[in-house]
Design a protein around this ligand. Structure first.
Ligand SMILES: [Zn+2]
Length: 257
């Protein structure tokens, strides 16, 4: 499973070394959620040692859950920028191949374009910051729930404006409504850095790959042909690894490699 990456929230309550051991066992890389490492008090030195010891490739997922890069409220945007830059530094120190960043969302449902300039300014600052560190970053296209509005490639492009030509993206397959949207995004987006894989069913997101609205048998040839790294995502607070193993079983049964 060399082109696959284990997203750390799939093992939310496991010691960090066990997460690395699991990734090694299945010959996968890791997507390290910065928020999880901070919450579980895993130091950057420990991560550096583990990356070295287990020789794993890593991606980083930036802080995102309580942040809003395009809030109407300036101090909220400033905090989001400062915390996201922290994640960029964190990734740089770890030698991560890329950092996934969530765009902001609406503070309150105004017309979407009210948020474009705030979002543009934040993107520009982050891209310049990452450039100076020579750290690769990519912005994620979000699922159409709540106050998210950066939910397809056209909206991302509209906001990015002159930054578009240099911008990299994370495509989360579960954030797309159907297979057509995924195929369209794979074909039309010029610079995808990586894919996040999970399913969705009845408004619930990040469900097991084999169970849900998206038919991965239809998608498999497109995903394989893309050659892009695939991060297996989900949140599992149990100790049994149930969600990860269910995903893995599905991928093995369907002969994904
Ligand atoms: Zn994300």
């Amino acid at each position: 499973m060399v082109n696959f990456y284990l997203s750390t929230p799939l093992m939310w309550n496991h010691p960090i070394e066990e997460i690395f051991q699991t990734a090694q066992k299945y010959e996968m890389g890791l997507e390290i959620f910065h928020q999880q490492m901070e919450y579980q008090r895993v130091s950057i030195e420990e991560l550096q040692e583990l990356i070295y010891k287990y020789r794993r490739e890593v991606f980083v997922h930036a802080f995102s859950w309580d942040l809003n890069l395009c809030s109407l409220q300036r101090p909220v945007r400033d905090t989001a920028l400062e915390q996201t830059k922290k994640s960029i530094n964190f990734a740089h120190t770890l030698g991560a191949k890329d950092v996934t960043i969530h765009p902001g969302r609406m503070s309150i449902p105004l017309e979407e374009s009210n948020y474009d300039n705030f979002m543009y300014d934040s993107m520009k600052q982050l891209m310049e910051y990452a450039d100076r560190l020579e750290q690769s970053i990519s912005f994620e296209i979000m699922e159409p729930v709540g106050k998210e509005f950066v939910t397809d490639r056209r909206i991302m492009k509209r906001i990015a404006d002159d930054l578009w030509e240099k911008m990299y993206l994370t495509l989360d397959l579960a954030h797309c409504q159907n297979e057509e949207m995924i195929i369209d995004h794979l074909e039309q987006l010029p610079r995808i850095r990586k894919l996040h894989i999970s399913n969705h069913i009845k408004g619930k997101y990040h469900t097991p790959i084999g169970v849900g609205d998206l038919d991965f048998q239809v998608l498999k040839p497109y995903l394989t042909a893309s050659g892009l790294p695939i991060v297996i995502e989900g949140m599992d607070q149990s100790k049994e690894l149930e969600l990860f193993l269910e995903n893995l079983n599905y991928l093995e049964e369907e002969n994904w490699k």
